[in-house]
Design a protein around this ligand. Structure first.
Ligand code: NAP
Ligand code: ZN
Ligand code: ZN
Length: 349
């Protein structure tokens, strides 16, 4: 089976350094592996946190990218799920122990022995993993998902992280008909949360820093749109929501948002700020409220999310860029100037 020694990629050579073109090696295609010709890779804010070591020490050089969409170009001898030519995606992890209680129930994101991150991780041999800002990827077939017909690869790529990271908690907290959900932050994750919550039948409110993106938010499926920079928002929306899904990448004054929950409501955090937040426990006690977090999702639920998106015609709103625009795109994401996901055309690497 082929091993690839000079795969074109974009990497951050050191923390906070601009990304630049390089080449990487990919392992030989093993019996259970598929080789993917990567077509598109989304830029998640998590790529930026990690490339800048905002979450702590990271592995360099780093090839980020965990929103990967491509086409199978080779299969190992024991592969059963995929054939050459199939359209597939890879998300935030590429392996896990496969025997702990979480792996056995298809929640590999919680693997008790640690799932292997798609990049900035180490595989079972201790070798660093490299992500989707590259033209080819080798992965065990179990850690790939099928991209349904009807979803083009470019708008599907962001679903592999932004889609599943919002779909999973919306389902877990039973967001659907009769429920009022607020989506905090209208970026990559936020815009998918709006589309998904609307498709699930909930009444959706966007809470954004300003009204700058209001038209977009309503078009994406929101019923209401408020600016968090306006103090009146917090008076008007007191005790309004069953669930608030926060996608914000920086620390927030959580107590102000907990006031917007109904009794027994949940503030669910998928945003992953680099600094801790503080919470007054009385903000939770008085209305028996929940402050929660949620990471990505398992392989089976990722497939379910993709099928749901195909059924409802939901792809990401994207701006396709060439690889030499990655550093500029990072700056625009940090400045909340993304509508609503940058996706790299890997043919330009
Ligand atoms: P993004 O596209 O940058 O969206 C984040 C949004 O947060 C922005 O669009 C902005 O929305 C809002 N925001 C940014 N700065 C803010 C500020 N100073 N005050 C208030 N709001 C602000 O990022 P993303 O890719 O969606 O990721 C969002 C966060 O989720 C990141 O921290 C990322 O690492 C994390 N994440 C977590 C998981 C997980 O498994 N839990 C998975 C993927 C990503 P408005 O302009 O509308 O206010
Ligand atoms: Zn991500
Ligand atoms: Zn496990």
């Amino acid at each position: 089976m082929t091993s690839l020694s000079a795969v074109p990629a974009y990497a951050a050579p050191a923390p906070k350094a601009p990304l630049e073109r390089t080449t990487i090696a990919r392992r030989a295609v093993g019996a259970h592996d598929i080789l993917i010709d990567v077509k598109f890779a989304g830029i998640c804010h998590s790529d930026i946190h990690q490339a800048r070591e905002g979450w702590g020490e990271a592995i360099f050089p780093m090839v980020p990218g965990h929103e990967i969409a491509g086409v199978v170009s080779e299969v190992g001898s024991d592969v059963t799920a995929y054939a050459v030519g199939d359209r597939v995606g890879v998300g935030c992890f590429v392996d896990s122990c496969r025997e702990c209680e979480y792996c056995l129930r298809g929640q590999e994101q919680f693997c008790a022995n640690g799932s292997v991150a798609t990049y900035n991780g180490r595989d079972k041999n201790g070798d660093p993993t490299y992500g989707g800002y590259s033209t080819a990827l080798v992965v065990d077939e179990h850690y790939a998902v099928r991209i349904p017909e009807g979803l083009s690869l470019d708008v599907a790529a962001p679903l592999l992280c932004a889609g599943i990271t919002t779909y999973s908690p919306l389902r877990h907290w039973n967001v659907g008909p009769g429920k009022k959900v607020a989506v905090l932050g209208l970026g990559g994750l936020g815009h998918m949360a709006v589309k998904l919550a609307h498709a699930l039948g909930a009444e959706v409110t966007v809470l954004s820093q300003s009204l700058r993106k209001k038209d977009d938010g309503l078009r994406l499926g929101a019923d209401h749109y408020y600016a968090t920079s306006d103090p009146a928002t917090f008076e008007e929306l007191a005790s309004s929501f069953d669930v608030i899904l926060s996608t914000v990448s920086v620390p927030l004054p959580i107590d102000s948002y907990l006031k917007l929950l109904k009794v027994e409501g949940a503030f669910v955090n998928v945003g992953a700020p680099e600094e801790p937040v503080s919470v007054n426990m009385f903000s939770l006690i008085s209305g028996r409220k929940t402050l929660a977090g949620s990471p990505i999702g398992g392989i089976a639920e990722t497939q379910e999310m993709l099928d749901f998106c195909a059924e409802h015609g939901l792809g990401a709103e994207i701006e396709v860029i060439s690889a030499d625009q990655i550093n500029e795109a990072y700056e625009r994401v940090v400045a909340s100037d993304v509508r609503y996901r940058f996706v790299i055309d890997t043919a330009t690497i």
